[in-house]
Design a protein around this ligand. Structure first.
Ligand code: TYD
Length: 334
């Protein structure tokens, strides 16, 4: 099998690349990544020396970066995206470009250069908008409510349109909130773990009662591999951890895990347009044989331990550009 993994140096992409490289040593893997602030070459150290691994520095929005990599590729797995909601509120430019134009560019290049290739496109549960009651099935209407989720919805609607009009071979995956090793320390769980380790306050938005459906990143990788093997082309699949937790509970668990006083949790001004709850019905994927492997609390403990043991990985990421973002975004909140 020959894979092109776009965005393979980011959080979910690098976890997937390492997982596939371990499991299928005979598969050829090309990672294309533009190495934005979240794309880290060091996330791929484990696979760098491997014979059938190639890293290419490039941008999915540039056809000349994508096209030469496509001949002979069986699957393109597209993780490349701008993903952090708060940054999309501050400026949505890069989101529209990468999450919409990038997807279009990949598909156009594939139609010309790998007509036999298939696309596994990563979308998000956020395309449904907030889900106050019940769990979203794949047939629910898309109702994104922030610039990030709207861009992701735009990208995946283009994929659907190519499936419909060009008989384009693609599967769309909509995972819920991923967490685990190598997540950039701006997302909720790694931000709270690393802030707690640095003895900084933990800025909890609004009343802290928002709910996310947590999915351990390795379970997500297993699901994606399963979709390549058994998924139906042209279909959409939810990947939900089925582990709904209020943010405040997750924050308290992190404090407990690290022996930090819960007073470190500070309720701060809410994120504008904050979606109250996400929850997915993953029955379609479960019917292929997938289920999360361990309870959320166990995976959270493992994740906390990873950040405790990998200070050298995250510490530098919290300086420089991130520090400026933190000052701008949290300055008035904290
Ligand atoms: P986040 O990791 O940004 O993911 P999502 O895309 O689901 O918003 O945030 C997860 C939840 O944590 C979300 O409800 C917002 C909340 N949150 C805070 O309360 N404080 C923070 O500083 C951050 C980054 C997130």
């Amino acid at each position: 099998m020959n894979l092109l993994i776009t965005g393979g140096a980011g959080f979910i992409g690098s976890n997937f690349t390492r997982y596939i490289a371990r499991k299928h040593p005979d598969w050829k893997i090309i990672v294309l990544d533009k190495l934005n602030y979240r794309g880290r070459r060091e996330n791929l150290l484990e696979v760098e020396g491997r014979l059938k691994f190639h890293f290419i520095h490039g941008d999915i929005c540039i056809e000349g970066d994508v096209a030469p990599l496509l001949p002979g590729i069986d699957w393109v797995i597209n993780f490349a995206a701008e993903t952090f909601v708060d940054r999309s509120i501050m400026s949505a430019n890069d989101f529209v470009r990468t999450d919409v134009l990038g997807v279009f560019t990949i598909m156009e290049a594939m139609r010309e250069h790998s007509p036999e290739g298939r696309l596994l496109h990563l979308s998000t549960d956020e395309v449904y908008g907030e889900i106050l009651k019940g769990k979203a099935g794949e047939d629910w209407p898309l109702a994104p409510r922030n610039p990030y989720s709207a861009s992701k919805a735009g990208g995946e609607m283009l994929v659907s349109s190519y499936i419909n009009t060009h008989n384009f071979a693609a599967i769309i995956a909509r995972p819920s909130n991923n967490f685990g090793p190598h997540q950039f320390p701006e997302n909720f769980i790694p931000l709270f773990i690393t802030n707690a380790l640095e003895k900084k306050p933990l800025p909890l938005y609004g009343d802290g009662r928002q709910v996310r459906d947590w999915l351990f990143v390795e379970d997500c990788c297993v699901a994606l591999e399963m979709l390549m093997e058994k998924g139906e082309l042209g279909e959409v699949y939810n990947i939900g951890g089925g582990e709904e937790r209020e943010n405040i509970l997750v924050a308290e668990l992190i404090c407990q895990e690290l022996g930090v006083d819960k007073k470190a949790i500070k309720l701060v001004k809410d994120r504008p347009g904050h979606d109250r709850r996400y929850a997915l019905d993953s029955g379609r994927l479960a019917s292929l044989g997938w289920a999360p492997s361990k309870p959320f609390e166990e995976r959270l403990t493992e994740t906390v331990r990873w950040y405790v043991e990998n200070v050298d990985w995250w510490k530098p990421l919290k300086s420089g550009e991130y520090k400026e973002f933190y000052r701008q975004w949290y300055g008035e909140r904290l």
